[in-house]
Design a protein around this ligand. Sequence first.
Ligand SMILES: Cc1cc2nc3c(=O)[nH]c(=O)nc-3n(C[C@H](O)[C@H](O)[C@H](O)COP(=O)(O)O)c2cc1C
Length: 299
Amino acid sequence: MNQNYLEIIPGELKTADLHGFLLGAVSPRPIAFASTIDSMGRKNLAPFSFFNVFSANPPVMIFSPARRVRDNSTKDTLQNVLEVPEVCIHVVSRDLLMQMNLASNEFPSDVDEFVKAGLTPIPSDLIRPYRIAESMVQMECEVFEIKPLSPNAGAGNLIFCRLLKMHVHKSVLDANGKISPALLNPVARLGGDWYCEVNAGNLFEVEKPSRIPGIGIDALPASIRNSRILTGNDLGQLGNTEKLPDANEIREILNANPQWKGKHDEETFHRLIALQLASGKKQEALALVALGTPEALNS
Ligand SMILES: Cc1cc2nc3c(=O)[nH]c(=O)nc-3n(C[C@H](O)[C@H](O)[C@H](O)COP(=O)(O)O)c2cc1C
């Protein structure tokens, strides 16, 4: 047992408390704003953050209206998809957040959340539930399986949805016709009452590993691997490279960076490597790694 870790075993704490830890840990979660109808055609909206996409071929998303921990009752959305197995799933952008939150109130079944939340219903093309006009991404789906996980309070009900048609507002597309996360500005759910949003200020890109596997941190010189300066993120970048630069490349990089010459101890040498990585100069960082020691810089 490690004193630094809280150990949690399901069954040893109340479901409500376990629920809190699970939602705090598995976060941020995307939000499906689900539009359904019952057999009488009454409209319903509700958000679900137990949600994700699981397959592109077939295109499948799953969300889960859970049995309430409080009284083991079920959600209208579940009843609706049992009656009419269709759902339109919407992405919640920052400007839809508060109306989505309003729609999550536990209104009686006969209350139309489109009306309560002031959202505009527009007919779908292929299914009976309505689309939310204000949402920038609307996904018309058929429900092909409903899998209850247990009859107990807190149990999820997995609703398997096959995408039939997607509507993407052109205002959220970038110059290449792809969805821009900054323009979509989606919000996500975390633990407790916490949310986060994706915007231009908090986005960053991480290049995917190439098809040729990286050399791995274990292939870096021991002095680099055991550095007190270089972090796990630094080493992760250095190890995620196909090969270290060869002698020619190193020479070219050294010639282009005469300012590196001078007195370095191991610490300042490692800081120099970290600085290259932080400035997006991975080849330069790798050249220094391949050199191995600060003395080699001046030779
Ligand atoms: C952002 C957000 C995410 C939610 N995610 C879930 C969820 O994944 N599962 C769930 O059962 N309830 C979830 N809820 C609560 C339901 O939206 C809420 O119980 C709602 O009243 C259900 O509506 P319905 O009875 O019309 O289906 C969430 C609420 C919010 C605000």
